[in-house]
Write a protein that binds this ligand. Structure first.
Ligand code: TMP
Ligand code: ASP
Length: 254
């Protein structure tokens, strides 16, 4: 066993010290939580799938010129990433109304939005990640105005790009959550995309059937969670070189 230092353990990932200064290792766990840890389960194979899916999406996003923390995948569950100072905001982008916006504003579930909506949530588990306005972000100095502008413009570019990428494999990108970090490059600080992009952090609906292929299956006790994640991975072509990768489903597909 390696003796590397564990720096942080979150709900779905563990962060270890990386091999070189300025790098970290993200380890994707099989744990799934929802409603701020009220609901918890271990879904065998989820970490492997999210590692692969996030690797692929971060690489594709990097290729269109959006800076990300991703360096390379190390093994089935781990990737090497750049160390950043995480900005304590979750940037959510919605194309179709579902989830919290429906509860909050009484919008009909499944309604197509006339334009993408970007929302900010303050990252604080104890407070349950509340929705905040730009005024709060500025007043409490969670991020500077340039950082907010950069995060919003990158989020909208990611939305356009991933909407097309997923549509090509018959999946609707309903909404997603991004996190950003400050990357210190000598004298410069750059805002780069961090965390992960996976069916844990996106809502993905099959275009033909409307079948949910994301964490809502877990949140809503629908079963077949890892099977759905494996379906996303298969459609994106990221399981091609792993034909024998055994994804053990949790056995409760509908
Ligand atoms: P919401 O409708 O619950 O606000 O979720 C919006 C999007 O953000 C959805 O794609 C799921 C994702 N999300 C996370 O990644 N982490 C979270 O803690 C929450 C609440 C949502
Ligand atoms: N990620 C949050 C939690 O673990 C909430 C969610 O994704 O629904 O509680």
């Amino acid at each position: 066993m390696s003796r590397r230092k564990k720096l942080y353990e979150g709900k779905a990932k563990v962060i270890y010290e990386g091999p070189e200064p300025g790098t970290l290792i993200a380890h994707f766990k099989d744990d799934a939580t929802a409603f701020n840890n009220e609901k918890h389960d271990v879904l065998e194979g989820k970490g492997v799938l999210n590692n692969r899916i996030s690797e692929y999406l971060m690489q594709q996003i990097g290729d269109i010129g959006i800076p990300t923390h991703f360096i390379k995948r190390l093994n089935m569950r781990e990737q090497l990433i750049r160390e950043v100072e995480i900005i304590p905001l979750e940037i959510v982008c919605r194309n179709i109304a579902t989830g919290s916006i429906c509860k909050r504003l009484g919008i009909k579930d499944g309604e197509k939005l006339s334009r993408p909506i970007v929302e900010y949530f303050y990252k604080d588990d104890e407070l349950g990640d509340p929705l905040v306005a730009e005024e709060h972000i500025a007043a409490f100095n969670w991020a500077g105005p340039q950082e907010v502008e950069d995060m919003v413009s990158m989020t909208l570019r990611v939305n356009d790009f991933l909407s097309g990428l997923f549509a090509a494999v018959n999946i609707r990108l309903v909404d997603f959550k991004l996190e950003f970090g400050r990357h210190y490059e000598g004298e410069l600080v750059r805002t780069i995309l961090a965390d992960e992009i996976s069916p844990d952090s996106c809502r993905l609906w099959d275009i033909g059937s409307g079948r949910k292929l994301d964490k809502d299956r877990f949140r809503q006790n629908m079963g077949g969670v890892t099977d759905a994640y494996a379906e996303v991975a298969r459609r994106l072509g990221v399981l091609k070189d792993q034909p024998r990768l055994k994804i053990i489903s949790n056995g409760d597909e509908e």
